[in-house]
Design a protein around this ligand. Structure first.
Ligand code: FDA
Length: 399
């Protein structure tokens, strides 16, 4: 009679060798735990590699809990304050990776995002972490003393299991919903996942008017959804709007709602147009508007508002409508580009089911969730990696 092979025993299995998983593995390994980290990809940290245009915006100098979205906004405070942006910068400095601040506290590698991956791989090797790539998660079961897993057909047991499989964004890069499935399997609640930091799209009618603007940017612009407002660049695309201000607001916007766009924030457009009317009455409206907006944008707005004739012919009412169109443009996107291009997934494992200090499931001892799979999502600008580092570090101290 043939016997089942003895399972491979480790203290900790980390599912997903992304930013959060590698961080947790390093910390657990340093504490003397025998750690196995697995990923179905053939390299670890694929999202780190492509992040920040290949330079990885690895953290933000101004990182604070207010830059994170969650149904339970205070949950992230513990991890973010115990392992901060300064702790991660110290790590980067110890590895002599040159970096710079680009804008708004966003820190990027001078060279390549590959340096961050190399740093994490080096620290995993030093902490004796076993990295298994091209490995699938076939089954996960709870046992009395921990967990029994089947990973690419191989039986593995562990005391602690860390789920770091990320969100659904960019399936082409290996994103799957397995983290949510595992959470459900163990009875944890899920806050409905949705695409975040994603370009917004317009209906064909609106695109017909705006498509000549594809490639044009208003910088800075201001975009609001409800009480939330971001002032950064907006870019017109062939499908709708993109650019940092739109990506930021997309995480707050809900389907069916309008966003409000100011294309020349801080400029008194009505005052400017009235002054132009009294000084250059024979000028066309688009010529005066082009002094404060890109020329093509000024032209499309004036045409769309059906304004013709000289400035001298235009009433205050018409100029007020034009000024509102520039700085209080209310537009209802018909959707977003979805997970195909979204930088993050909002929602995820409900943090009310997790311990904020250890990231452990309250009802399943030994089961931890970290990184993007959790219902904590940062703004654009290095915040999401900081959450991955901080939550990974917190779990790494506890397993
Ligand atoms: P992450 O997705 O990194 O890792 C999860 C891992 O699990 C992956 O390696 C995946 O292969 C693996 N996995 C998934 N399903 C599996 C399965 N079924 N079996 C086995 N393995 C599985 N953030 C930021 O702060 N600064 C930035 O510059 C950028 N830039 C950026 C650019 C682009 C194009 C994207 C898409 C995203 C960003 N982000 C970012 C967001 C950032 O990449 C993201 O928040 C973190 O990578 C999340 O880290 P995690 O480790 O949680 O998941």
């Amino acid at each position: 009679m043939s016997r089942a092979p003895t399972p491979h025993r480790v203290d900790v299995v980390v599912l997903g060798a992304g930013a959060a998983g590698m961080m947790a593995a390093i910390e657990a390994g340093r504490r003397g735990r025998k750690v196995l980290i697995i990923d179905h990809a053939d390299e670890p940290g694929e999202k780190i590699r492509i992040s920040g245009g290949g330079r990885c915006n690895f953290t933000n100098l101004g990182c604070s809990p207010k830059a994170f979205i969650s149904d339970n906004p205070r949950f992230c405070i513990s991890a973010l304050t115990r392992y901060t942006q300064h702790d991660f910068i110290k790590k980067v400095d110890q590895h002599r990776i040159p970096w710079h601040e680009k804008t708004l506290g966003q820190l990027f590698c001078d060279g390549s995002a590959m340096e961050i991956i190399a740093m994490l791989r080096e620290e995993m090797a030093e902490a004796n972490v076993d990295l298994a790539l091209e490995t699938s998660i076939d089954a996960v079961e709870k046992t009395e003393s921990g967990f029994a897993l089947t990973l690419s057909g191989r039986a593995v047991t562990c005391k602690s299991l860390v789920v770091a499989t990320g969100g659904k964004s960019i399936p082409k890069m290996g994103a799957t919903g397995i983290g949510y499935d595992l959470a459900r399997q163990f009875g944890l609640a899920i806050v409905e996942p949705r695409a975040g930091l994603v370009p917004l799209t317009f209906s064909p009618d609106l695109l017909h008017t705006l498509s000549p603007l594809a490639g044009i940017a208003a910088d800075p612009a201001a975009v609001s959804s409800g009480k939330t407002r971001f002032e950064e660049a907006v870019l017109f695309t062939h499908r709708g709007l993109s650019g940092p201000a739109i990506l930021q607001i997309s995480s707050y916007w809900r389907e069916g709602e309008a966003i409000e766009v100011a294309l020349a924030p801080g400029t008194d457009v009505l005052g400017h147009m009235r002054k132009a009317r009294s000084t250059y009455g024979r000028q066309a409206a688009q010529t005066a508007l082009a002094e404060i907006l890109p020329k093509r944008l000024a032209q499309v707005i004036v045409e769309d508002e059906r304004i013709t004739g000289n400035l001298a012919d235009l009433s205050d009412k018409v100029l007020t409508k034009l000024a509102d169109r520039v700085n209080a443009w209310k537009v209802v996107p018909n959707g977003s580009e979805g997970y195909r291009t979204a930088e993050v997934t909002l929602g995820g494992v409900d943090t009310r089911d997790l311990d904020q200090k250890t990231m452990e499931a309250r009802s399943v001892p030994g089961l931890h969730f970290i990184g993007e799979v959790v219902d904590v999502t940062g703004w654009l600008g290095g915040y999401n990696f900081q959450w991955a580092w901080s939550s990974g570090w917190a779990a790494g101290q506890a397993v």
